[in-house]
Design a protein around this ligand. Structure first.
Ligand code: PMP
Ligand code: GLU
Length: 393
């Protein structure tokens, strides 16, 4: 008689697959099967990677840049990242010891959490949160402590709200501005509040700034640039959103050398490095003209303006105006208070795929996330379908 197989990893069995990726994949499969689904699910720019950036990768491949690169990233790209941080963010880092390039910002958030946390350490995460923060925290053996923010006051962060979540076990505050999914851009007062709590309680800050280039109102504040914060802040950024390079898998972490060292060890023992020729493209993107980044930003802004106005004109639909990123966090009081139900109805009756707000934590209940990294023609068709659905009720 065959013995039953031994159980698989309890830890991994408790971690779900990424909802944003699962819904995106499902929408693609439905489309491939011939259904006319409009996907507002994934945070993936519809633009192509700028030609000059593509060309740099082709050139790198043709000149033989197809071998294992330095694990921490090519010197040219690390230098370009340090120059960008100095030029745009007022942050000085040594490209040799304080910058780690890896296959996407996502892996680097995980590697930095792994570098910072011991079992039982607590990580403060603002809710609604990007779907991967909580699973990543659990994967490194730490404890996610969520701070629910409220749509009623525009998801405002205050020092009191953070301080209430601090315990002797708190190690890290994880911040994301511009925010996925709310589109909120952190104000100076909020940045000050985070700084105040981090300094008072000797905490690290992971600042996920992947949507930095996509701001329509407000200013980007790099948390490492605030007084005394460089020694405790790890900035996460990457090429995916700013340069429409999601498929290239390229991102970076910059911060204190001892943290970067440990994250680099994890990288060298697991994924080794980012791909060699993508790093040549990444350096070209950062060092070259930023005109196309601005063109894309203006396109997203026009889409945001169109969508916010069009959705709010439909009875039973409410949509706040996001200041950055490329997401709308929409309520459908005329349909249901349940994010899951709203998303199901939109898919079944309007052929629109979107992400239920509840995937971003309880504070996202009642919302669905629409990605506007989607062609204007599709956004117009989506609005028309929603209008038809809401008037048919
Ligand atoms: N942070 C946030 C908030 C995101 O939405 C994403 C989505 N791609 C990432 C990090 C990771 O980006 P990537 O791995 O493509 O660099
Ligand atoms: N970050 C994007 C999103 O939230 C892409 C998918 C993912 O990496 O989660 O949709």
């Amino acid at each position: 008689m065959l013995l039953p197989m031994k159980p698989l990893s309890h830890l991994l069995s408790s971690i779900p697959a990424s909802a944003t990726i699962a819904i995106n994949d499902k929408a693609k499969a439905l489309k491939a099967a011939g259904r006319d689904v409009i996907s507002l699910a994934g945070g993936d720019p519809d633009f192509d990677t700028p030609l000059a950036v593509q060309e740099a990768a082709f050139q790198a491949i043709r000149s033989g840049d197809t071998h294992y690169p330095p694990s921490r990233g090519t010197p040219a790209l690390r230098k370009a990242i340090a120059a960008k941080l100095a030029r745009e963010n007022g942050v000085q880092v040594d490209p040799n010891t304080q910058v780690l390039v890896g296959p996407g910002a996502k892996f680097l958030i995980y590697a930095v959490l792994a570098a910072l946390c011991n079992p039982g350490d607590e990580v403060i995460i603002f809710e609604p949160y990007w779907v991967s923060y909580v699973p990543m925290t659990l994967l490194v053996g730490a404890r996610p402590v969520t701070v629910p923010l409220s749509a009623a006051d525009g998801f405002t962060i205050t020092a009191e709200r953070i301080a209430q979540a601090v315990t002797p076990a708190t190690k890290v505050i994880l911040v994301n501005s511009p925010n996925n999914p709310t589109g909120r851009v952190m104000t100076r007062a909020e940045a000050e509040a985070i700084r105040e709590v981090a300094l008072a309680h000797d905490l690290y800050v992971i600042s996920d700034e992947i949507y930095e280039k996509l701001i329509f109102e407000g200013e980007h504040i790099c948390l490492a640039s605030l007084p005394d914060m460089a020694a405790r802040t790890i900035v996460i950024n990457g090429h995916s959103k700013a340069y429409a390079m999601t498929g290239w898998r390229l991102g970076w972490a910059a911060g204190p050398a001892d943290v970067i060292d440990l994250a680099a060890n994890l990288q060298s023992q697991t994924v080794t490095s980012a791909a060699s020729f993508t790093m040549a493209a990444g350096a070209a993107a950062l060092n070259g003209s930023q005109e196309v980044v601005e063109e894309m930003r203006l396109a997203y802004k026009a889409r945001r303006d169109f969508m916010v106005e069009a959705l709010n004109a439909i009875p039973g639909v409410e949509c706040d105006r996001p200041q950055g990123a490329f997401y709308l966090f929409v309520r459908f009081p005329g349909l249901s208070p349940s994010a899951m139900t709203i998303a199901d109805i939109l898919l079944e009756r309007a052929d629109i795929a979107c992400t239920p707000g509840i995937e971003f934590g309880q504070a996202g209940e009642g919302h669905v996330r629409f990605s506007i990294a989607t062609a204007m023609s599709d956004l117009e068709r989506a609005v028309e379908r929603i209008r038809r659905l809401m008037t048919s009720l």
